[in-house]
Design a protein around this ligand. Structure first.
Ligand SMILES: Cc1cc2nc3c(=O)[nH]c(=O)nc-3n(C[C@H](O)[C@H](O)[C@H](O)COP(=O)(O)OP(=O)(O)OC[C@H]3O[C@@H](n4cnc5c(N)ncnc54)[C@H](O)[C@@H]3O)c2cc1C
Length: 329
């Protein structure tokens, strides 16, 4: 029975949440095809093989670890060459990557090397006979396209957060191999990665996102958004383009068609009208809560819970309630 492949993305020696989502998806695909092993590939600087147990916890039967000092930073050519070699040799039915910034670069490179079909930004998939059906939103989320991928392996990149990582413990075997290409021979080298000082949780990693729109009126009022995010614990702060264009928040916080596309468990929209371009970036969130003083705001059409009211009154009270609920008082 053919095995299924998952690329376990890491950064700075740490596995990213999307790594567990890819392994979970591979496990689902394996079960839907009547069983078969899940093989996870993890690449990075020496030490990255230590993640084998964690990947086993999410359902990997075999962890292929590629450790090399030249892989401390993202090395697209070496990673693509190694992933493609491994996928070719493994005879896999399907190969899962994340549609993260790294995965959106890597998955097409690997698929092109293999000469196989690729579905990007997938939010849902199913195994149907010999084919893999992959669904992904298109036209700013107005339609869901179903792609039928035939031939093996089907390469899929998964929208971060679309698949919920589930622990399905296995005792993973570990295999350590060398990269298929010397990282030093790469033509594209990431020489530096600079992070904004005080950078908080990445929007793609956050299970809760609290976002603010023009209804906040000023940059200073974003304190309300930050306080609510802090009350949730590990929540990230997002914004609409109206807000980032006005310089109230950095452009990296922008969610939408021309910003980040996210699928958190919970998305709280404060003073956001729900323009189609914003919805394109967050409509696949699992639960959407909107607070808007206009009962006809389009955001309410996709919200699971809505509060029609003045955010300046509602949000401080909501923040207090969330704080109390989390502290158990
Ligand atoms: C090509 C293109 C790409 C774009 N890409 C993006 C993108 O990636 N992301 C994005 O977000 N936008 C994008 N936009 C812009 C988008 O069309 C909207 O203009 C933008 O999303 C509106 O932001 P907003 O909801 O913050 O502001 P508004 O539309 O002005 O809405 C503000 C909302 O706040 C509510 N409000 C006001 N005061 C209060 C209060 N006291 N309490 C509660 N509610 C209140 C109002 O009722 C209103 O609904 C794009 C536009 C174009 C043309």
């Amino acid at each position: 029975m053919a095995a299924t492949f998952a690329f376990a993305e890491s950064r700075d020696g740490t596995l990213r949440k999307v790594a567990f989502e890819a392994v979970t998806a591979a496990r689902q695909a394996a079960e839907a095809s009547g069983g078969g092993e899940v093989h996870a590939l993890v690449m990075g600087a020496p030490g990255v093989a230590a993640h084998a147990d964690a990947l086993g916890r999410y359902g990997a039967d075999l962890v292929v670890a590629v450790e090399h000092p030249g892989l401390e930073r993202y090395n697209p050519e070496a990673l693509a060459a190694t992933a493609a070699d491994r996928i070719r040799a493994g005879g896999y039915r399907a190969a899962f990557f994340a549609a993260s910034a790294q995965g959106r670069d890597l998955a097409p490179r690997a698929a092109a090397r293999l000469g196989v079909s690729l579905a990007s930004d997938v939010t849902d998939f199913e195994i149907k006979g010999d084919a893999v059906l992959a669904r992904h939103p298109a036209y700013t989320g107005k339609v869901i396209v179903t792609l039928r991928l035939t031939g093996a392996p089907a390469v899929l990149s998964l929208r971060p957060g679309a698949i919920t990582a589930v622990e399905q413990p296995r005792t993973a075997r570990l295999e350590q191999v060398a990269p298929a290409m010397d990282p030093a021979a790469a033509r594209v080298v990431v020489s530096e990665t600079s992070q904004r000082s005080g950078a908080k949780l990445d929007l793609g990693e956050a299970s809760v996102i609290v976002s603010g729109g023009r209804g906040l009126r000023t940059a200073e009022n974003f304190k309300l958004v930050e306080d609510l995010a802090a009350a949730f614990g590990n929540a990230a702060v997002g914004a609409t383009r109206a807000v980032t264009d006005d310089g109230w928040r950095p452009s990296t916080d922008q969610i939408g068609q021309t910003g980040r596309v996210v699928s958190p468990d919970l998305y709280v929209a404060l003073g956001i009208s729900g323009a189609i371009q914003h919805l394109a970036g967050m409509r696949t969130a699992k639960t959407i809560v909107a607070i808007n003083k206009d009962k006809d705001a389009p955001i309410f059409k996709i919200a699971d819970y809505g509060i029609v009211g003045d955010l300046f009154e509602v949000v401080p009270r909501l923040t207090e309630e969330v704080r109390k609920a989390r502290s158990g008082h």
